[in-house]
Design a protein. Structure first.
Length: 105
């Protein structure tokens, strides 16, 4: 089986825009009951945002919680990991490449 047989279509992937607020990200993550979501600038991937990263950064932020949630943009704290998967490679090889990404465990 090839990786492309297991991939979601673009219209099925939940994403958030880099200029959305942290409040928007929290609401989306809670509503969809997911831990993380890809961050896009237009159609370009810029990183990931996760509940854990939101809370960790908030804890260490100098901003008040309300200001952090309402004013900070998702793109400002998105983490970026570049891992490419070729659609025509065996699915098993793909899973080996992705095994260290905690969102996929």
């Amino acid at each position: 089986m090839l990786a492309k047989h297991q991939m979601l279509q673009n219209h099925q992937v939940i994403t958030i825009l880099s200029n959305d607020t942290i409040e928007c990200a929290i609401n989306l993550l809670l509503e969809k009951q997911i831990d993380s979501v890809p961050v896009l600038s237009g159609n370009k991937y810029v990183g990931m945002i996760s509940q854990a990263e939101i809370f960790r950064r908030c804890f260490f932020s100098e901003l008040r919680t309300e200001e952090y949630v309402k004013n900070l943009k998702v793109g400002e704290i998105a983490t970026h990991q570049t891992i490419c998967v070729k659609t025509d490679e065996p699915y098993e090889d793909t899973m080996n490449s992705l095994k260290n990404i905690h969102q996929l465990r």
